[in-house]
Write a protein that binds this ligand. Sequence first.
Ligand code: DX5
Ligand code: ZN
Length: 218
Amino acid sequence: MDKVLISPSLLSADFGCLKDDLLKVNQSEADWLHIDIMDGVFVPNISFGFPVLKYVAELCEKPLDVHLMIVQPEKFINEVKALGAMMMNVHYEACTHLHRVVQQIKAAGMKAGVTLNPATPVSVLKDIVEDLDMVLLMSVNPGFGGQKFIPHTLKKVAELRELIDSTGSKALIEVDGGVNLETGKSLVEAGADVLVAGNAVFKAPDMIAMIHDLKNLK
Ligand code: DX5
Ligand code: ZN
């Protein structure tokens, strides 16, 4: 069985010492770096924008897993590509023409992920899942780090695993929100491939050790 992939979420980093945190991520067993971009419209918060992320991208040696919590994410495909992002995740709830956006992300040379809010059922992906490189299930309502994991997500992971296997899709299952060693273990057992972890990693006494422990849940 392949090990679970770990994508630490930059939102919980210490922005006063951002460089130190990024260098620790580089030294760790993290597979990717998860980057949350918010617009204050799609979610009730604003995080960081492209001038800051340009610096992050220069320092970070891990592939960038970009999660856009913004309306009309297609407007920023070129900016995300310019960062050198590996994966661009857009919200199902933010895209009227989701199929077109997914094709545009791929045409730009990035992997395409679609994110579902906690109240959005997995079944809405039936006609697009074969085109996706990843599905990101939110296990909290997006906008903030440090929230409590919504247990119903475990059922969604199992349901998504069934949908992916039945269609022959190669999409990875990523879960974001309230992930720690305990919820992470249940998620891996339910079939998750990638865990995002913000507070669990960046607020841990030893970030590198915590990433190691998450990495070895499976
Ligand atoms: C929430 C973000 C998450 C957040 C996770 O809207 O999408 O990536 O940083 O933080 P934790 O792991 O602390 O819940
Ligand atoms: Zn996120």
